[in-house]
Write a protein that binds this ligand. Structure first.
Ligand code: ARG
Ligand code: ASP
Length: 746
């Protein structure tokens, strides 16, 4: 069958010079590998400037037409069906949501899963002790028996995506107020989810797209027996650590491997020693041919969230008010924790994962602020808004005429409560661990007050479980100075109208000493002792504890003052944003609009490209092992290089993985990615794995609010470096043998 696609939308774009039709064969019933020679049958339109067809995170089930066209213009040889197909195996069957936050992909017929080192970090850490430190030394299972189970881990496949917008909007009328609309929408979602056709082991959930203008239903399968297979030492998997994080040029081998286990019928099952390696519908062949500048790249994964369509006033508030406050809090917390980690190896293990996650967004916000300022993003948004207003006025689109002034008013109203809320989140919830503990205890008290003895017992059990895990990695010695510094900052800088009374006019050093010498919550034994007894006894003991008393007031103010105000205004803002999203698409029919990321499966395509970070400087697309050795600082906790890797380098012992005698390490591309895309496969024009996404470049971290094809780049580990480490460094030939290595360019 030959099908013709007419590109009406693209025709109007100024940069496209020619073409009317594209003809290509749809080979719908074959797998991705089998269709990879279709290129010869295509007439691909020439594009003058490919920048305008890059960026965006697209819905895999809706690629036919424009997206498919754009991908081919960028060099892809795949059809939309090669990427997503409900009835046949397609790329999507190899893409797996990893533990809710990252992405992973299947790379062998035996359910072998590849993801980032930083995504497997928690699991690797949980199996580590000072004697068997897998973070430090790496871990490699030489057989299935040696693979390590991870009780709280799960991975999820997307089986099907359906558009359910009409059903979700059924009964909604324009005269309803926002709360009533949301209530009916939620009821409809429940109905849709209940009546969906699916197997007993599958789940279904509905997600909102385009700020609530479209709803899609996802049928999923969740596997809970996921075992650790391999991880390089941190000196490879986390090489450059926080100094290099969010930076290019980069030299990190940020990967780890897991395996999915299933029951005898290949279905999801709780962990059991009788489970067997999962047999996938598709797994990614791995290309040994590497990449060159301008090669097509597709990144397939689960981006978490973006805010690409915020008005200028919102971006202004984020960049000038909220980000600076959060950065300052974390700046202080990180300095203190770092000083302890550097002098005590046990504290270093305890705090490694927490430190990395706090440092990660701290550094991202700094880069984001710089990028927004440098690229003049706020001004550009204002220009777009001026254009928008002009067209709205010209065309007399009355329904859209107050949107921008509504934004102005609401963002100005919400500013102080947003800021106060951020202080609470950053100080009382995230960075002062004792306050987080008091928050858990506070939830227990609330459960008792609202749900009585039954609720109390249930929440108490969950709380104790949580505490058992938490205190393993807790040091009151580290937490105490963090408390003093951060609580002081909160009191000084948070808007006064939302400041808890017990934070006013206080000597923070005295307060800190009192809390940390008297509170039972600074140790697991103490915490358990507080939680022992009848509900009444527990409440009495808790409410006499200095730490709890202090935290409780903060949490009470959060729930009684901040949340109600914030939610009230936020509901209104979301309604305006929903209308604005629709308005943008109506007013600018020829612009490309992708739905903001929402942790659902997306495709983003682009090319391998260098960039100019500043005047006169050009960054190449690829880094090599030579660069690892250039950065090498013996014994340093970020830049040490293992002896074995130095030996391999000195002997140029790269096996089949080298490129002209050099070992490639990382490369960059124009793929539009965000948090959650970590671990996503980078796929070539034919559907083969060429890299593993793990980061973005500093100058482009603003892509969450302002993707700019000139400087936004995603960073990937070259898959050949992954294979080289597995094969030559770790000697895990058993894993290489499972994979399918291909040469698409030869
Ligand atoms: N910046 C990357 C991402 O957002 C990598 C983070 C892990 N590394 C770290 N040093 N914290 O996930
Ligand atoms: N490093 C991120 C992640 O973990 C990816 C990114 O933000 O670019 O998902």
């Amino acid at each position: 069958m030959v099908s013709y696609i007419c590109c009406t939308k693209l025709n109007s774009m100024k940069y496209i010079k020619l073409y009317l039709l594209v003809a290509f064969l749809i080979v719908s019933c074959k797998t991705v590998q089998e269709t990879s020679n279709k290129a010869d049958n295509l007439v691909i339109p020439v594009v003058q400037d490919t920048r305008e067809i890059q960026g965006g995170m697209w819905i895999p089930s809706l690629l036919e037409g424009i997206n498919e066209q754009e991908m081919m213009q960028l060099g892809s040889k795949m059809t939309a069906k090669d990427i997503y197909d409900v009835n046949n195996s397609s790329l999507k069957d190899a893409i797996v949501h990893f533990n809710g936050g990252c992405t992973s992909e299947i790379i062998s017929p035996n359910g072998l899963l590849l993801t980032n080192h930083h995504c497997g970090y928690g699991a690797i850490q949980s199996h580590s002790t000072v004697e068997h430190d897998y973070l430090e030394n790496g871990f490699w299972a030489k057989s299935y028996e040696e693979e390590l189970s991870n009780p709280s881990m799960s991975v999820t496949f997307i089986k099907r995506i359906d558009d359910v917008t009409a059903e979700v909007f059924s009964g909604i009328t324009e005269t309803m107020d926002e709360a009533a609309k949301m209530k009916l929408i939620n009821q409809n979602i429940l109905k849709v989810t209940k009546k969906v056709q699916k197997e007993s082991w599958q789940d279904a959930n509905v997600k909102s797209f385009y700020d609530g203008n479209q709803y899609l239903l996802f049928v999923t399968e969740e596997y809970k027996d996921v075992r650790l297979v391999g991880a390089p030492p941190s000196s490879i998997g986390k090489f450059g650590a926080d100094t290099d994080n969010w930076m290019w040029p980069r030299h990190t081998g940020d990967f780890s491997m897991f395996r999915i286990y299933a029951d005898a019928n290949n279905k999801p099952a709780e962990y059991s020693k009788d489970n067997v390696p999962y047999k996938p519908n598709h797994y990614l062949p791995i290309s040994l041919d590497g990449v060159a500048e301008k090669d097509f790249t597709l990144v397939f994964g689960f981006p978490g969230s973006t805010d690409e369509y915020l008005p200028a006033v919102a971006v202004d508030q984020i960049v000038n008010v909220l980000n600076p406050a959060k950065i300052e809090v974390r700046d202080n917390a990180l300095k203190i924790v770092d000083s302890y980690m550097r002098k005590d190896p046990a504290i270093k293990i305890q705090y490694a994962s927490k430190f990395a996650s706090i440092a990660n967004y701290w550094k991202k916000w700094i880069g984001e602020n710089q990028g927004i300022k440098k690229s003049n993003a706020i001004q550009k948004k204002k220009e777009l808004e001026a254009e928008f207003s002009k067209i709205v006025a010209e065309k007399d689109l009355v329904g859209y005429s107050t949107l921008l002034s509504d934004f102005e008013k609401l963002y100005s109203e919400i500013e102080s409560v947003s800021l106060a809320r951020d202080y609470w989140i950053e100080v009382a919830y995230r960075n002062v661990e004792l306050l987080n503990i008091t928050f858990r205890a506070f939830q227990l008290e609330q459960a008792y007050l609202n749900g009585g003895d039954g609720a109390f017992e249930k929440v108490k059990e969950a709380t104790i479980n949580r505490f058992e895990g938490f205190y393993k990695n807790y040091s009151a010695e580290v937490d105490k100075p963090v408390f003093e510094k951060l609580v002081g900052l909160y009191a000084e800088k948070s808007p006064k109208e939302y400041l808890p009374a017990n934070m006013q006019g206080v000597n923070f050093s005295d307060l800190t000493n009192r809390v940390y010498s008297n509170s039972k919550l600074t140790s697991l034994e103490g915490a358990k002792e507080l939680l022992t007894g009848s509900p009444e006894e527990v409440m009495k003991k808790l409410n006499a504890d200095e730490g709890y008393i202090f935290g409780k007031e903060l949490h009470t103010v959060f729930y009684s003052k901040m949340e109600p105000k914030f939610q009230e205004l936020n509901l209104q803002l979301r309604a305006v944003q929903k209308k604005y999203m629709k308005a943008l698409m109506d007013v600018f029919p020829n612009k490309r609009f992708f739905p903001d990321a929402n942790s659902t499966l997306r495709v983003t395509y682009g090319q391998v490209r260098g960039y100019e970070p500043k005047d006169g400087v050009y960054y190449n697309t690829t880094t090599y092992l030579d660069g690892v050795l250039e950065k090498y600082v013996p014994g340093d906790y970020e830049f040490d290089v293992p002896q074995k890797l130095r030996d391999l380098y000195n002997n140029k012992d790269y096996g089949q993985y080298a490129e002209n005698g050099k070992m490639p390490v990382c490369f960059i591309g124009t793929n539009h990615t965000t948090g959650g895309n970590s671990g996503s496969p980078a796929i070539d024009a034919y559907g083969n794995l060429i890299g593993l996404n793990f980061d973005r470049v500093w100058e482009g971290t603003m892509s969450d609010m302002n993707y700019d094809p000139d400087i936004c780049r995603n960073i990937m580990v070259d898959i050949r470096y992954v294979l080289f480490i597995v094969d030559k460094y770790a000697g895990a030939k058993n894993l290489i043998e499972e994979m399918k290595l291909v040469h698409p360019k030869k």
